[in-house]
Design a protein around this ligand. Structure first.
Ligand code: ADP
Ligand code: MG
Length: 736
């Protein structure tokens, strides 16, 4: 039984406890820096809790959900209280706090949503923006908002905690506030670069290279755990599998006394392999923080989450693939795409640093030192590389009319702001003067992207199919893939069996209706885990979706949006009976209103099939009007179907059906070596052309979307902030 109280006293922050408390008492703004693992996230909020009884409630933001969960669990254990009482967490769709909660960990997105509801953040006495170096979009916006809130509420304490040393910027932003530095206790890390590998050539095979390197470390290096940085769930699962297979072979060989000599250290023959990424179930994540059993070596394949957000004890070896999956604004579609891209020097340094937490360590970089020299020094803040749609909508909801002049720590590119305003206008969320509409307010009430929120609202009031659309949206809103893909190593039979299951559940129109099919079949099978397993369906995705769905229903009720079942239509199906061909009619959900609902959000994400190949090209609706506006540069982009798409099966199995696909709508694009679409369904171009959204493209020219003509005085702002129910109308806010 580890003595947690004892452990707490060993952390670098401990000896500064009193100084920290004094500094917090004295200053309204404070920047705190310290090495990852020094105790900032877990300890400093507890010091405030323990030493400052005058503090009512502390809110701590984390850029990642997994960090909010693991940290709050750890802290509730250290406080010897059960999670959700004194210490709790809130993340999207999951609230583990109560009226007694005094220390609340949450994602930065949650605090942003709370700020929309209550710009004064009255429930908190202290707000801590943690992992500020991550510079997520939400964190950056919070900086601006907190500064505003502080002007209205000087008693609010604002702490910014960060791992890197480049914090002057934070201090400058917060009125040149003091910087409290916690000296680190780290051990030297030896860095090993691949001699000649250029990062560009590594891109196609970094997963297997990382696995080989980890295996090399396992078989040649002394005891100590290994942390491997990869990019996402798919490559992590693959790496775990491949590494496991290699170890099995090794174990087998060892039994026949083959590889014995390869071991330098007899202590570490066995491995415990762990994946670590954001959408993992909490229970699975927990094990990764436990020390490996004696004689075992822990090998963790992780995303960037392990770079600074969570500390895994015992790591001595780091394998850095050099890649990360990042949100990146795609000017072709006007949406965020996920891009596998090379990291910055700062990120490489952080990754290597993970090896020197408890003893001297070693970092293997899969790329050459020359490649390192050519990496950008710092990661570009997310606000400068992502679609600002949700952010701008949230700011508009807070009556911040002139977005271009909002106090950002690093201003987003003006064209990004204008693109977001344009998209919001096209979705009907803001009007010609850049003022949020009633529809926009409804959309902002959903913790979903404005696109998906638009879809739900439309399904309730225009297309009368909100029951079904809500189901589909709940599944698509999660980060889980709906189907599980077997590894090719499991053999042809298994792969064929999985394909067959998927084909059975697939709907001929594509992914949206397939999701509904899977959901309904799962329900018919008592939501059984066994059914999911037997049918290669991701059970977790459905269980999560169920909880998301019920929360979305609550929001719909609040907004008085009706829940309506889609109409059923009769379809003639031809079948084959023993005595020859026969026809029967079945009643099915009509896909048309459902797909039309989705188009209200995604009508700018439409592509048509290039002749003869399974490649699509993006369609720019404004080409249609013959004028060159924001989207027109994107006439032709090669888009591919993700192999898990319902439509891609048909391409493989039945080439004749392929020719029947003309237009598709898609929900997401990921780039690794090519652009891949996910969430794809067949549509008719007529649906796009007759949609309300298409009409708005025509109206764009006459709109003044940023609303800079409607600047408001700080006095007025104070009134507006104090009374959030005041609707923002241009008449009210033009008193400059
Ligand atoms: P920082 O925020 O400065 O990076 P943390 O407060 O997150 O540091 O972590 C301090 C130490 O607490 C870590 O070095 C680690 O040993 C321990 N720790 C943090 N979270 C957990 C956890 N969930 N399980 C076990 N140990 C943890
Ligand atoms: Mg931390």
């Amino acid at each position: 039984m580890p003595d947690l109280a004892q452990d707490r006293m060993l952390l670098p922050t401990y000896e500064f406890k009193q100084d920290l408390i004094d500094a917090i008492r004295e200053h309204a703004f404070l920047v705190i820096i310290g090495e990852t693992g020094s105790g900032k996230t877990t300890q400093i909020p507890q010091y405030i809790l323990e030493e400052m009884p005058e503090i009512k409630k502390i809110g701590v933001t984390q850029p990642r959900r997994i960090a909010a969960i693991t940290v709050s669990k750890r802290v509730s254990e250290e406080q010897v209280t059960s999670l959700g009482k004194e210490v709790g967490y809130t993340i999207r769709f999951d609230d583990r706090t109560s009226s007694t909660t005094r220390l609340k960990y949450m994602t930065d997105g949650i605090l942003l949503r709370e700020a929309v509801q209550d710009p004064m953040l009255n429930q908190y006495s202290v707000v801590i923006v943690d992992e500020a170096h991550e510079r997520t979009l939400e964190t950056d916006v919070l900086f601006g908002l907190l500064k505003q809130t502080h002007r209205l509420r000087p008693d609010l304490k604002i702490l910014v905690m960060s791992a890197t040393l480049d914090v002057e910027k934070f201090s400058d932003f917060f009125d040149e506030c003091p910087i409290f530095e916690i000296p680190g206790r780290t051990f030297p890390v030896q860095i090993v670069h691949h001699q000649s590998m250029k990062i560009q050539s590594l891109k196609s095979n970094f997963v297997s290279t990382a696995v080989e390197t980890a295996f090399y470390i396992h078989t040649t290096e002394k005891s100590g755990d290994i942390l491997v940085f990869l990019t996402g769930q798919a490559d992590i699962e693959r790496a775990c599998q491949e590494f496991g297979d290699k170890c099995k072979e090794l174990n087998y060989s060892r039994d026949v006394k083959y590889y014995e000599a390869e071991y330098r250290d007899d202590d570490v023959r066995d491995v415990a392999i762990y994946p670590l990424y954001a959408s993992l179930e909490t229970m699975e994540q927990r094990a990764v923080f436990e020390p490996a059993r004696p004689g075992k070596r822990k090998v963790v394949f992780a995303t960037n989450v392990a770079q600074t957000s969570v500390t895994i004890p015992g790591i001595k070896y780091v394998v850095d693939s050099g890649f990360v999956k990042e949100k990146s604004y795609d000017p072709n579609t006007g949406m965020d795409a996920l891009l596998v891209t090379s990291i910055s020097q700062a990120a490489a340094t952080q990754r290597a640093g993970r090896a020197g937490r408890t003893a001297p360590g070693k970092a293997y970089r899969l790329y050459s030192s020359d490649s390192y020299d050519h990496m950008p020094p710092d990661t570009v803040p997310e606000i400068q590389r992502s679609s600002l749609l949700s952010t701008v909508l949230a700011l508009k909801r807070m009556n911040i009319v002139d977005i271009l002049h909002f106090e950002f720590i690093d201003k987003p590119d003006e064209t990004l702001v204008m693109k977001a305003l344009t998209q919001l206008f096209l979705l009907g969320a803001i009007d010609h003067n850049g003022v949020i509409t009633d529809l926009g307010k409804q959309m902002n009430s959903f913790p979903l992207s404005p696109y998906l929120s638009r879809v739900i609202v439309s399904s309730a009031i225009e297309h009368e199919c909100s029951e079904e659309v809500l189901t589909i949206a709940s599944v698509l809103a999660g980060d889980h893939d709906l189907f599980r893909a077997p590894s090719p190593r499991q053999g042809e039979d298994v792969v064929a069996e999985a394909e067959k299951c998927k084909l059975k559940l697939a709907h001929h129109t594509g992914d949206h209706m397939t999701v509904l099919n899977v959901w309904r079949t799962w329900r018919d099978n008592d939501e059984s885990k066994r059914w999911s397993r037997d049918n290669w369906v991701n059970h977790k995705a459905l269980v999560t979706a169920k909880s998301v769905r019920s929360q979305l229903i609550d929001i719909m009720k609040d907004l008085k949006l009706p829940l309506v079942r889609a109409r059923r239509i009769e379809i003639e199906k031809s079948g084959r009976k023993k005595d020859g061909r026969s026809r029967e009619t079945v009643r099915e959900v009509d896909a048309v209103p459902i797909l039309k609902s989705f188009l209200t959000g995604y009508y700018t994400n439409v592509a048509n099939k290039a002749t003869g190949r399974s490649v699509f090209s993006h369609y720019s609706p404004d080409q249609h009007f013959g004028e060159k506006t924001s989207h027109s540069s994107s006439a032709l982009v090669a888009l591919h179907l993700h192999p898990l798409c319902a439509l891609s099966d048909m391409f493989d199995r039945n080439k004749t059906k392929y020719s029947q696909i003309d237009w598709v709508m898609y929900m997401q694009v990921t780039y690794t070596n090519k652009a891949v679409m996910k969430g794809v369904s067949k549509i008719l171009l007529d649906w796009v052309r007759s949609g309300k959204g298409h009409e708005r493209i025509r109206q764009l020219a006459s709109a003044n979307l940023n609303g800079e003509s409607a600047k408001i005085t700080s006095k007025k702002r104070k009134q507006l902030l104090a009374d959030d129910s005041t609707p923002a109308s241009s008449a009210e806010s033009s008193d400059t």
